[in-house]
Ligand binder design. Structure first.
Ligand code: HEM
Length: 122
């Protein structure tokens, strides 16, 4: 398990903080509160900086099969989509609905797929 128990607990905690602050942002609407938005994006960034290299190293070094490698790669890809769409939603004054919804839906997919990838490494 390359992440170790402490790493898994940290990533689970980060997913919880990002989910709760995300739902708070959606429910309160615009203008987005600086506090929840800052916590949301910084914790999301920290989790990605941790998860990306972990998945990369695991993919290169150990004997993962094609399915496991694909889940890990998909986890990183959907996290990048969630990050980019989140950045666009918060930066644009009136983002198109498809960007808003790609963040609202894509981010849950990112959390689920990356958690699945982590479970495969256990
Ligand atoms: C890995 C990256 C990210 C994940 C997993 C994530 C996750 C989430 C989740 C779960 C929600 C709530 C969706 C719902 O209500 O069902 C949300 C909302 C939101 N997130 Fe993120 N987020 C990420 C990155 C970002 C970033 C980088 C930003 C800004 C720079 C951001 C800004 C927002 C905003 C503004 C909302 C409210 C959108 C709305 O409903 O209008 N997110 N996010």
């Amino acid at each position: 398990m390359p992440a170790g128990l402490a790493g898994v607990v940290a990533l689970a905690g980060a997913a919880l903080v990002v989910s709760v602050t995300g739902v708070v942002l959606t429910r309160r609407g615009r203008p987005f509160g600086t506090g929840p938005l800052t916590v949301h994006k910084l914790v999301a960034l920290a989790a990605m900086v941790y998860y990306g290299p972990l998945a990369y190293r695991a993919g290169r070094s150990s004997g993962l099969d094609g399915f496991e490698g694909a889940v890990l790669a998909a986890g990183v890809a959907v996290l990048l989509v969630a990050f980019a769409s989140g950045g666009a939603v918060s930066a644009m004054k009136e983002p198109p609905a498809w960007i808003v919804w790609s963040h609202r839906i894509g981010s849950w997919a990112a959390i689920a797929v990356s958690a699945g990838g982590l479970a495969l490494l256990a």
